[in-house]
Design a protein around this ligand. Structure first.
Ligand code: SF4
Ligand code: SF4
Length: 128
């Protein structure tokens, strides 16, 4: 896998005007990790957008993005964060992968589209 993708921990994917949505189970897990009730998590760290619960954006990045450039809830971060940038939207859409690759320095310059698709399928199979 490292030949195709290796995260450089640049933090780019934690920046922007929105974050990812969280399932109720993920909200419970993050709240437990932070030692608080889910309601407190929702009030302090989350926002409702388009009917989904997302993490707040503060100063241009996810509220859980740490000063050291790492995720402060890494152990329990949402599935969408854990699988990024190996998103299933890449499958069957090479332009989607090229758009992601342009923003993510973790992909090898030599990475081939078909190899990336295989990696996405493998990751989907093991559910992480
Ligand atoms: S943009 Fe890519 S290399 Fe940078 S932190 Fe996100 S996944 Fe890792
Ligand atoms: S939860 Fe962590 S990995 Fe996900 S966007 Fe926020 S800081 Fe980044």
């Amino acid at each position: 896998m490292e030949e195709i993708f290796s995260c450089k921990c640049c933090g780019h994917c934690c920046h922007g005007e929105s974050t990812v949505s969280m399932t109720p189970d993920e909200q419970e897990a993050i709240a437990a990790f932070l030692g608080m009730e889910k309601q407190e998590l929702l009030e302090r760290y989350c926002v409702r957008k388009r009917g989904r619960i997302e993490m707040k954006v503060v100063e241009g990045h996810c509220i859980f993005y740490g000063e050291d450039g790492l995720c402060t809830i890494h152990e329990v971060k949402p599935f969408q964060c854990r699988r990024w940038p190996l998103h299933p939207g890449i499958l069957g859409d090479e332009s989607a992968w090229r758009a992601i690759k342009a923003d993510c320095p973790g992909f090898s310059e030599d990475a081939e589209y078909e190899d990336v698709c295989e990696l996405v399928r493998e990751r989907a199979d093991i559910g992480c």
